[in-house]
Design a protein around this ligand. Structure first.
Ligand SMILES: [Fe+2]
Length: 303
């Protein structure tokens, strides 16, 4: 019981049609619905109605992030836990927030992010039959990641944000970068036995650093970079390797300024995993192991 994984991200885009063209033709997501201000998308191997929502807005950034809970009564339990912390929680019936949406609660985290927990999103199926399926559908377009993987957000007080995600929402800390004075500069947290479902890094409250899609191996990460270069998409960093998480990744921007990542690798995490710590002096290698440094543009975030 509890939170299973990242369910969806809602991203602000000042040009809905341009964003939809990029996310469907370059990233290769599938459109599953739309209304006047939003377009709903999913990756090919996801079974539920949407994992990315594009929302028309004046600027880029994160509108909200949603996590999937295992049982309907998890929502009630988290509602009272968040309220005990002084948070305000709203409850939403199935289908109220979006087409295909499940029952949900919404609240703001101490890091200034709108957060949602959802149960029972409509299942629309992946692109494969459930009897004798092939490993991959034919005719996928663009990068075509099988699923959303994680989100990386910014917070003024990473220690406090990390405490909230651990104590209130039940995430487990896998890795951290500690400043010389002992405070947390960045943390990686999981519920899905992967190195991270969410990570926090020092920056403005409510900010989005990036959200990431899973790819199955390093070759696919390199092929994704080929696709990005072919389409003239600005590549931020990589293909490269992380120290923290040990993942392989390439970072790039959607045409409206939201940073995306494709990610693979990592390791299995048991609930009794012992935290890995990076020192402030090794922060560059924690983020990009080969480069050993973080470029100035990579530190840019959108709140
Ligand atoms: Fe990432």
């Amino acid at each position: 019981m509890g939170i299973l994984r990242l369910s969806h991200v809602e991203i602000r885009v000042p040009d809905l049609e341009l964003a939809t063209a990029y996310y469907t033709e370059v990233l290769g997501l599938l459109e599953t619905g739309r209304d006047a201000e939003r377009v709903f998308l999913k990756c090919w191997d996801e079974h539920e109605h949407h994992s990315v929502i594009l929302r028309y807005a004046a600027t880029h950034g994160l509108e909200h992030m949603g996590f999937k809970v295992e049982h309907a009564d998890d929502l009630e339990r988290f509602e009272s836990k968040v309220e005990k912390e002084g948070g305000q929680v709203t409850r939403h019936a199935r289908g109220e927030l979006a087409p295909g949406h499940g029952e949900a609660i919404r609240f703001q985290t101490p890091t200034g992010h709108r957060c949602e927990l959802v149960h029972g999103m409509e299942k629309v199926g992946n692109l494969l039959p459930r009897t004798n399926p092939p490993p991959r559908p034919l005719g996928l377009v663009g990068i075509a990641p099988p699923r959303l993987d994680h989100i990386f957000v910014t917070a003024e007080d990473v220690d406090e944000g990390t405490r909230f995600f651990r104590e209130v929402l039940g995430f487990r800390l896998t890795e951290q970068i500690l400043a010389d004075d002992g405070h947390q500069l960045a943390t990686w947290l999981e519920v899905s036995h992967t190195p991270h479902d969410i990570a926090l890094v020092t920056g403005p409250n409510g900010g989005l650093h990036h959200f990431a899609f899973w790819l199955d191996d390093w070759n696919e990460v390199r092929t994704a970079a080929d696709t990005l270069a072919y389409h003239g998409v600005p590549i931020d960093v990589g293909p490269t390797r992380h120290g923290a998480t040990r993942g392989y990744a390439v970072y790039f921007f959607d045409p409206l300024g939201n940073r995306n990542e494709v990610f693979t690798g990592g390791y299995w995490v048991d609930p009794d995993h012992e935290v890995v710590t990076w020192t402030e002096a090794e922060m560059g290698r924690a983020i990009f192991y080969y480069e050993g440094a973080v470029n100035q543009r990579f530190l840019t975030v959108h709140s």
